[in-house]
Design a protein around this ligand. Structure first.
Ligand code: GLN
Length: 534
């Protein structure tokens, strides 16, 4: 490995989960990026799964797919959206990956003679993974977010590894930022410093003295509480930052910058102070565009995991990116496809979106919704499962194939409109075995897709095991469905549209992963434009 000049900024979390460590990490990375640094982020997930691919999105949040086909934690999506930069899959490190590498090395005989232990072998592997990212990508500052809460048993090897990096790489190249909470009890309204003090004590017990604290609270931190936190946590007052509830997460970089966090980080890293005001202005302009929206566009999102906003965070974000671009507020209502009931309840929406999904539960509701949108001329955007089931709905209701289905739901159907990818037929493992990551798609000229992309070739990310069965293409095309994008030299269909419809577009890929604030992905932009009638 090439020695790297990188500096490492480690972000840990205390008190409880869900404090927004991901947003703090992304915001700090954004400020460093605006300072002209080559920056990236790494997310450590201390669970034993190899990656997030097999986890239920309702319990864990969405699986974010990277350009290079990683199935990652949703924080990687935050980093990409804040930095407007792709993050490779190596940036999501899990306990499962570390142990796999250690055990593989052990089997190869790389530790011959040694008793393989958490310290040093596991911790060495963790350090190697982090340093490798910095060195391979020639990064100036790598922000490393440690998932979990200090005190969790699972994160101990990671905290030990970053503690060691503090010693080995030196204090001017490493920095520890701890994110905590100052709760206030509603009756008294007083902000409490004790949880932060205890959490810092816990961190110090394992040998890490934080250089900086970012304290979450409802309203700005009271100066007296801040002073108390600084004194009892052994952190300089100027390095205690208040991160209070904001109108939008995009406002957090400016909030921290106003308190001079950019200068404090530069000072710690012996760096030059650089002005970032121009960059801040354009970032804040984007943040502003999300707030100066009016006249709601009502979108029904129909699917199985729709109850938890986090399970489709990138789709939600992409819809809002599109709304902000045209000055419209997008109101998303989640409709559980399992108890859709009377379809007429979809009549009041300006658009219907069906995001990705798996399995038979709720699929009949999705097929009904895709058909309803077509019949009632309501703008429809289908993504992955929403693409596949749109072809099933069309085959059933327009082409008269009543038992049409995907073999994922009905393996015996006489009309397998959607079928397993041929290369999947021999696949046995569930983890990491879908068709993943970015593939090139060529778009037919003269179609709606070519108009909205303004291009005949795009690259988009995938995550699927089934695909449209080309044996049925002629029958569906004859009845008016246009297949306007394909990949792998025409082997796979990637985009469909119905030209006689106001807006009926579905894609096999996941456009949501390419959408960024200020730069909405084209499908979403056109969908929201159509839904808003503009
Ligand atoms: N279940 C479908 C497949 O495996 C769709 C996947 C998805 O929507 N991400 O092909």
């Amino acid at each position: 490995m090439q020695p790297s000049h990188a500096k490492y900024l480690f972000v840990t979390g205390g008190v409880m989960s869900g404090l927004g460590k991901g947003i703090v990490s992304s915001s700090i990375a954004k400020l460093l990026q605006l300072s002209g640094k080559k920056v990236s982020c790494v997310k450590i997930d201390p669970y034993l799964n190899f990656d997030a691919g097999t986890m239920n999105p309702v319990a864990h949040g969405e699986v974010f797919v990277t350009e290079d086909g990683g199935e990652c934690d949703m924080d990687i999506g935050n980093y990409e959206r804040f930095l407007n930069q792709n993050i490779p899959k190596t940036h999501n490190i899990t306990t499962g990956q570390i142990y796999t590498s250690v055990l593989e090395a052990e089997r190869k005989g790389e530790y011959l003679g040694a008793c393989v232990q958490i310290i040093p072998h596991v911790t060495d592997m963790i350090k190697q993974r982090i340093r490798q990212v910095a060195s391979e990508e020639n990064i100036d500052v790598l922000v490393v977010e440690c998932g979990g809460t200090v005190g969790d048993m699972e994160s101990l090897p990671f905290l030990e590894a970053i503690r060691q990096m503090g010693i080995e790489d030196g204090s001017d190249r490493t920095m520890f930022v701890h994110v905590t909470l100052a709760p206030s009890l509603d009756v008294v309204g007083e902000q409490k410093s004790k949880p932060t003090q205890h959490s810092v004590q816990e961190l110090r017990r394992i040998g890490i003295q934080p250089d900086m604290l970012v304290v979450r609270s409802k309203v700005p931190l009271d100066p007296a509480v801040k002073t108390k936190i600084a004194l009892f946590s052994n952190v300089q007052l100027g390095n205690v930052f208040s991160c209070y509830d904001a109108s939008s997460v995009l406002r957090v970089p400016q909030m921290l910058h106003d308190q001079m966090i950019t200068e404090a980080i530069a000072k710690k890293f012996n760096g030059q102070k650089s002005t970032i005001e121009d960059g801040m202005k354009s970032w804040n302009g984007i943040a502003e565009s999300f707030e100066s929206v009016s006249g709601a566009v009502k979108i029904a999102m129909v699917g199985k995991y729709v109850k938890l906003a986090d399970s489709y965070v990138s789709v939600n974000e992409a819809l809002r990116h599109a709304g902000a671009k045209i000055g419209k507020k997008v109101k998303i209502e989640w409709i559980d496809s399992e108890d859709l009931g009377n379809l007429e309840k979809l009549a009041g929406y300006d658009g219907i979106i069906v995001p990705g999904g798996f399995g038979s539960r709720g699929s009949e509701g999705i097929i009904a919704a895709a058909n309803y949108a077509r019949e009632k001329n309501i703008p429809y955007l289908g993504i992955c499962f929403g693409f596949q089931l749109a072809t099933v709905a069309f085959a059933r209701h327009v082409c008269g194939m009543q038992d049409a289905n995907t073999t994922e739901i009905s393996p015996q159907t006489k009309h397998p409109i959607v079928d397993l990818l041929p290369e999947q037929k021999t696949v046995e493992n569930k983890g990491g075995s879908l068709r993943l990551g970015a593939h090139e798609i060529s778009i037919k000229q003269g179609t709606m897709a070519s108009k909205l992309y303004g291009s005949v070739a795009i690259n988009r990310r995938h995550r699927h095991r089934y695909e449209f069965n080309k044996d049925f293409q002629a029958q569906l095309s004859e009845k008016g469905m246009v297949f306007s994008g394909e990949s792998d030299s025409g082997r796979r269909q990637e985009i469909l549209e119905i030209p006689t419809h106001k807006f009926y577009l579905a894609v096999q890929y996941h456009p949501e992963f390419n959408s960024r604030p200020g730069f909405p992905e084209e499908c979403f932009l056109s969908f929201i434009k159509a839904a808003s009638g503009s």
